[in-house]
Structures are given as C-alpha cells and as structure tokens.
Design a protein around this ligand. Structure first.
Ligand code: 3PG
Length: 306
C-alpha cells in the first residue's frame, strides 16, 4: 500500500522525515509530492495512493475519481474546507483532520500580527500596547483557546463567542462568554477570527460588524479569507479610517485593498499560521499515525465525514 504526502506548501524537512519513518515502519510505501505546480501532478501521484496526507491542498471529485485505490485522506491541520466531503463519502473515502496539532502556532501568529498592527507596522511612529486592551475571540476552538492563554500573558481582557462551546469552558479559561456577534465586535478593540469557512460563515464578517468596533479597532484574520465579505470590509475601512485589518490569508481583492488603505491592511503572501517546524511535526506526525491506524486497524476516531 502507498501513502502519498501531497503538500503544495511543504512541511519542514524534519516533519517529512518523521512522517516517512512512521509510514515505512508500518510497511507501507511512502511518496512525497511537494511544491507541485499543476493539478496533473497531484492526479498522477494520487492514482496509485491508498492514503493521502495533505495540508490546504484541494481534494475534489477529479482527484477522488483519479485515486482508484484511495481509502483515507488526512488533512494535517484543522480546517478541511479544501476537501469535498460529500464526494469523498460517495467514493467511500474516510476524511480526517488532526485537531489541535497546529493551534499554538496559529495563536502565536495572532499576537505577532497584533503587535505589528499596534506598532503601526513598525513604520517608526508611536504605537500602542496590548496590555489592558480588550480582545474578542470569534470562535473558541483549539486556536481560540490558545489565543486566550497568550492574551492573559499580555495582560489583555478576553471575551469569546462560540455557540458550540459551553460558557463554563470560557469562564474556566478566564474568558468572558458573549452571546451575540454584535456584542463581540462592539466591545472589543481587537477581534481575532477563528471560525471555519462553512456555508453559514462565508462572507459573514463585513461592513455591519466591522464598523461596530471601538475606536482604533484591529481585526485579525488567521482563519479563512472566505469568512470576510471583502466589499463590506473595504466600505468599513473607508468609513472608519481608524480601523485596521491584518490577515494571514491574502484576500481576493488584496491589491485593491492595499492600494486604497496602505499600511492599514497587511496580508501574508502565503498562509503562515501553521508554518512552523513544531506545528509541521505535530500535525504531520499525527496525520501519519492516523493514516496507519486507519489502513492497518480501521481506527477512524478523527473522521469528519461520518
Ligand atoms: C489549518 O486549517 O490547519 C490551518 O489553516 C493551516 O493550514 P496549512 O496547513 O495550509 O498551513
């Protein structure tokens, strides 16, 4: 049996070595397809794979049709909006993610970007501090919880909104639960987005929410570009010259936003949140172990298309 690691954005070499070891120790063949530039390369490598480990790589009907032996796809990371779950189910393919494995890396980047925005993109002018400021955590999953932990170290006051998380989980973490999205944006100078991209959340953050933010509000997006209504964002930045938007995902309208709003917006060229050696090792090795556990013993604890 063959396990393919298909990562357009490669893991750190040390993580690849660890994945290879787990796959080969289990007696499976290991194949690595990194930095591929065409879908044809992925289709070709997938054709003979029994398992595929991916990051934000797209697994759609075409890939699933081509991968005739495929039994499992493991997304080494949290969000699996890049996998067509309905098609995977129709093809009898198990899809898993590795929840929590890269969340500290993403949470640390939130504060890297928060400090950068607070210090005016390091442009030499006088900025502000995070201490005693409010931060609203939009979704209290694994990344949100790490954001809350780090926020405490900065001396920030944290609130969170998450209809899927009991209030006690937040209060136990020293975070104030809020129950309306309007309240979250109205009461927090910083808002950090951690919602997944789903039919319900796509374009859900736009003009109305962003303009509720207090003076000098900073919106940080290390989640997905799709959750932002980019027209609404542009209108909000126009109406509120005090607001900044910093994102770990280049928006579709990045060039226009940059041209119109200059240093008030910042985008990483490639998604960098989980791009650390530690996160690559944690998520990559977990993905390899889960792939082996499924192929060898049928373990499907982390299946997301049950
Ligand atoms: C995730 O959903 O785990 C993060 O967005 C990281 O994505 P990446 O593996 O493409 O960096």
């Amino acid at each position: 049996m063959k396990v393919l690691v298909a990562t357009e954005k490669p893991f750190a070499a040390v993580a690849v070595d660890g994945i290879r070891e787990i796959i080969e120790d289990a007696g499976y063949e290991f194949e690595l397809l990194e930095k591929y530039t065409s879908k044809a390369e992925l289709l070709d490598a997938a054709a003979t794979a029994d398992g595929i480990i991916i990051r934000s790589d797209i697994i759609d009907k075409e890939v699933l049709d081509a991968a005739k032996n495929l039994k499992i796809v493991v997304r080494a990371g949290a969000g699996y909006d890049n996998v067509d779950l309905a098609e995977a189910t129709a093809h009898g393919v198990c899809v898993e993610n590795t929840p929590g494995q890269n969340s500290n890396a993403v949470a640390e980047l939130v504060f890297g970007m928060a400090v950068m925005a607070a210090r005016n993109m390091y442009n030499g002018t006088s900025g502000t501090e995070l201490k005693d400021k409010t931060i609203g955590i939009h979704a209290f999953g694994q990344v949100g919880r790490n954001v809350a932990r780090i926020a405490k170290g900065f001396g920030m006051e944290a609130s969170a909104l998450d209809p899927y998380c009991p209030d006690e989980v937040m209060t136990d973490a020293g975070v104030k639960p809020v129950h309306s999205v309007e309240e979250l944006y109205r009461d927090n100078r910083y808002v950090s987005l951690h919602i997944p991209a789903t039919a319900e959340t796509k374009k859900s953050v736009g003009y109305d929410l962003i303009t509720l933010m207090p003076k000098n509000g900073i919106l940080i997006n290390t989640a997905r570009k799709e959750v932002i209504d980019e027209d609404g964002l542009a209108r909000a930045l126009e109406a509120r010259p005090d607001i900044k938007y910093v994102a770990d995902i280049k928006p579709d309208t990045a060039d226009t936003l940059k041209e119109r709003f200059g240093e008030r917006v910042f985008f990483t060229p490639k998604k960098m949140g989980a791009q650390t050696a530690e996160a690559n090792i944690n998520a990559g090795l977990a993905a390899a172990r889960q792939t082996v556990a499924f192929l060898r013993d049928g373990v499907n604890k982390f299946q997301v298309n049950k």
